[in-house]
Design a protein around this ligand. Structure first.
Ligand code: SAH
Ligand code: SF4
Ligand code: F3S
Length: 440
């Protein structure tokens, strides 16, 4: 049988990255193998993100690139999935006439059937219904041979309705996956040589709430920590309002749990946090960070911040910078507020003008760059544990891995180190990576 070729382009968060892995796995049984070139593809899938307007616009320019391919190759099928697909549904088919398929975040499992429908009828289809449980959630996508790291979805959706955010409308209700299904998946991954798992959910800290049977996130961490072969556990994303002492304790007691946490703060001003519907104060946030550092002194803390949320005054913005000074994040993802249709913030007064938003973002990022560099500089001369992932991006003569605190380290070493944990002495620190020398 000749294999057909699938080309996937993925935008957005790790959830989307994992959805794309699952989608590729699912299509194997329909005879598709993946290709790195859109030109060779029989099926192109664009997995999309709608978190900010810019993310959505990227999708349209990406799809524009495939128009001529469609003309040159009549049997080519072009599909769109993910959050823009969920949001726009059939409207995408009207906007982009060379599209064949639109399928939403809960409909990945139907892709084989939808493809064959398009093949038979020659007519485009859109499928964006929500389901109680996302049927594709448990598809086991084994990472490529030799990969040391894998994603595991532990929950779908989000019920938090932060005032700026479209995710709850595009991913549906929050629902946790069954405790034992998750453990079984991690065991299978470990049996295939995976050393590191990243647990995925919009708000992993509230894992278990929708199950109503007492299973909690900390219990899940402890149970995964017992699985043989799993050396590193990471998770994303954490909501500060649900970061319990029990979870923080896991940084002390679960050996495999890595010393790094992504804990989005969004703003340092309580008035802004309240309008964002985040349900914590800046003092609560600082308290979380203090406790995390007590439990794990070297823990790396990263965060997300939005500038220019409606009603954010210059003083509010200053409070965000103050909070950054107090916390000193290892890394930070920062964004200008982007209004998203259907969210609560659309109705708020006090829109901040675009130039002001830009200025605030530039200054904030300059401050963060200083903090990041200072943090990385403190590692020079220290010896760290690096899990080797592959060759370095810059030169294939070097190897690349990560510290337990999720920092990238490049060093000279052999390719057969992939999957091994080695000790590396840091000799130079940059903004986005470290340079080290391997110790024997
Ligand atoms: N579920 C995660 C991540 C959500 S999206 C969480 O709760 O943290 C990732 C980040 O995008 C958010 O943390 C936020 O900082 C940013 N973001 C979300 N909506 C946005 C918007 N409308 N404008 C600008 N940034 C936004
Ligand atoms: Fe969006 Fe808030 Fe849910 Fe994160 S917790 S996905 S920011 S609504
Ligand atoms: Fe984007 Fe959807 Fe993720 S909007 S950030 S791809 S959940």
């Amino acid at each position: 049988m000749t294999t057909k070729k699938l080309f996937i382009r993925t935008f957005g968060c790790q959830m989307n990255v994992h959805d794309s892995e699952q989608l590729a796995e699912l299509l194997k049984s329909s005879g598709y193998g993946t290709t790195g070139s859109a030109k060779d593809a029989d099926l192109i899938v664009v997995n999309t993100c709608s978190i900010r307007d810019k993310a959505e616009q990227k999708v349209y320019s990406e799809l524009g690139r495939y128009r001529h391919l469609r003309k040159a190759k009549p049997h080519l099928i072009i599909g769109v999935c993910g959050c823009v697909a969920q949001q726009q549904g059939e409207r995408l088919l009207e906007k982009i006439p060379w599209l064949d398929l639109v399928f939403g975040t809960h409909n990945i499992h139907r892709l084989p059937e939808l493809i064959s429908r398009v093949g038979k009828t020659g007519r485009p289809v859109a499928e964006t219904g929500f389901r109680e449980t996302v049927p594709s959630i448990g598809i086991l996508a084994l990472p490529e041979k030799g990969s040391v790291s894998a994603f595991v979805t532990i929950m779908q959706g989000c019920d938090n309705y932060c005032a700026f955010c479209v995710v709850p409308y595009l991913r549906g209700r929050e629902e946790s996956r069954k405790f034992h299904d998750i453990l079984a998946e991690v065991r299978t991954l470990a049996a295939h040589g995976v050393k590191e798992v990243t647990l995925l959910g919009q708000n992993v800290n509230s894992y278990g709430k929708s199950l109503g049977n007492g299973h909690s996130f900390s219990e899940l961490l402890r149970a995964i920590g017992e699985i043989e072969g799993i050396e590193r556990i990471r998770f994303t994303t954490s909501h500060p309002k649900d970061l319990t002492d029990d979870i923080i304790d896991c940084f002390r007691n679960v050996k495999a749990l890595c010393g790094s946490i992504h804990l989005p703060v969004q703003s340092g001003a309580d008035a802004v946090l309240a309008r964002m519907n985040r349900r914590y104060t800046s003092a609560d946030y600082l308290d979380c960070v203090r406790k995390l550092r007590e439990a794990c002194p070297d823990i790396a803390v990263s965060s997300d911040i939005i500038v220019g949320f409606p009603g954010e005054t210059d003083q509010d913005y200053q409070k965000t910078l103050d909070l950054m000074e107090k916390v000193r994040f290892d890394t930070l993802f920062s964004f200008q507020y982007s209004e998203r249709k259907g969210t609560a913030a659309v109705g708020l007064d006090g829109k901040v003008n675009p130039d002001e938003k830009r200025r605030r973002l530039i200054d904030l990022q300059a401050l963060q760059d200083r903090h990041t560099q200072e943090k990385n500089d403190t590692l020079v001369g220290r010896t760290v544990e690096v899990l080797v992932e592959g060759t370095s991006r810059k030169t294939s003569r070097d190897m690349m891995g990560r510290t337990r605190t999720n920092k990238i380290v490049n060093f000279t070493g052999d390719r057969d180190l992939v999957g091994k944990t080695v000790r590396v002495r840091i000799v130079e620190a940059f903004l986005h990576s470290l340079r080290g020398e391997m110790l024997d």
